[in-house]
Ligand binder design. Structure first.
Ligand SMILES: NC(=O)c1ccc[n+]([C@@H]2O[C@H](COP(=O)([O-])OP(=O)(O)OC[C@H]3O[C@@H](n4cnc5c(N)ncnc54)[C@H](O)[C@@H]3O)[C@@H](O)[C@H]2O)c1
Length: 333
């Protein structure tokens, strides 16, 4: 079966989605939507796709099977729910709404419609991520009993000024955690076998005058094996540094530094390099969108659940929601 696809939101990330849709053998881009007339006309002309300025009109098209949601965070839940109710499968950009309640409502809409909902955590498809997951699931290194992760990136005032929905609690729902570091939090949670938040701190250091949300966050988390995980993310770094993730297992360690993975086991240390040099868009987004989208359509075609299920994505939102709404300083609630 060939899936006819609509992309809602023709901003920065939409190019990665359109590229991925073109890579999928069983998907065809049929329509695009944006409230910005210039972006809409450009995307519709370049893609020779139908253009809609109101997403309801795109959803009303019976022949469209799937929609990709590439709009600002505050619209993810509503548009996903409307799309699922219209009988479409949904590939929603991260985050899964802005709160746990949003994510639960999205999952409920998917369950009730019988349609597939996935959330774009494309970094799970990076070579180093898949290798770590394979080793953990293989069991020879024992359980994951601790770790740490650092996301140190650079976002300046101009970045926030260029897109007014960013830097606001109402429209972005947070900043460095919900927008940039969410991928690494999701990755760590996935590899750790799930964890619970024990403590979080949110601060605005460099960007306090430019945004109302956090530019720096740290967390303490704990998994069912009693392992402690520390997580630090900031948009205050001088450059976009490699993401660093360290996992401690009962019989070894894993150090992911960007695309390089160092494995330490009883038999010694080894370095595996998963750099592809094939980044689409900014390198630090990874080149996972193609893999994510191609695999999404392959699984949909074969009647399989998506790689990232709604239930799974919801767990990352549960931890993040606790960090923002359970432990955040009063002025951030
Ligand atoms: N997975 C990743 O690595 C990754 C990377 C970057 C961005 N993103 C996510 O992608 C989403 C979009 O981010 P972006 O950087 O492309 O933002 P953007 O502001 O560049 O694009 C958003 C687009 O949505 C349009 N839009 C707003 N309201 C709309 C509506 N009601 N109907 C239709 N279109 C509407 C805007 O006009 C704009 O063109 C966000 O959720 C962001 O977190 C994900």
């Amino acid at each position: 079966m060939e899936f006819k696809v609509g992309v809602i939101g023709c901003g920065a990330i939409s190019g990665n989605h359109i590229h991925g849709i073109h890579q999928a053998e069983n998907a065809r881009l049929a329509a695009v939507c944006d409230i910005d007339e210039t972006k809409l006309q450009k995307a519709a002309a370049e893609q020779q796709a139908a253009g809609y300025s109101d997403y309801h009109d795109l959803l009303a098209r019976q022949d469209i099977d799937t929609v990709h949601i590439c709009v600002p965070h505050y619209l993810h839940a509503q548009i996903s729910i409307d799309a699922l109710k219209s009988g479409k499968h949904v590939l929603c950009e991260k985050p899964m709404g802005m709160t746990l309640a949003d994510a639960q409502a999205m999952k409920r809409a998917a369950d009730e419609s019988g349609k597939t909902l996935t959330v774009c955590f494309q970094n799970r498809y990076n070579g180093a991520s898949l290798r770590m997951k394979e080793l953990i699931d293989g069991g020879s290194l024992g359980r994951v009993i601790g770790g740490s992760a650092f996301v140190c990136w650079d976002r300046d005032e101009a970045y926030y000024a260029s897109c007014p929905w960013r830097g606001s609690w109402k429209t972005e729902g947070g900043s460095v955690l919900i927008n940039q570091a969410i991928h690494t939090l999701d990755l760590m949670r996935w590899l750790a076998g799930g964890f619970e938040l024990r403590h979080s701190t949110m601060t605005a250091k460099r960007l306090a005058d430019a945004i109302e949300t956090e530019d720096t966050c740290d967390m303490l988390l704990e998994n069912s094996a009693g392992g402690r995980f520390v997580f630090y993310c900031t948009n205050c770094a001088s450059v976009n540094e490699n993401i660093y993730l360290h996992l401690i297992l009962e019989k070894g360690e894993m150090h992911m530094d960007g695309a390089r993975l160092t494995l330490i086991t009883e038999s010694g240390a080894s370095l595996e390099d998963y750099s592809t040099g094939k980044g689409v868009g900014k390198d630090y987004w990874g080149d996972g969108h193609d893999h994510f989208i191609v695999d999404f359509y392959r699984r949909l075609g074969e009647g399989l659940p998506p790689f990232v299920t709604a239930e799974d994505a919801l767990e990352t939102m549960r931890v993040m929601d606790a960090a923002y709404h359970g432990h955040a300083p009063a002025r951030h609630r």
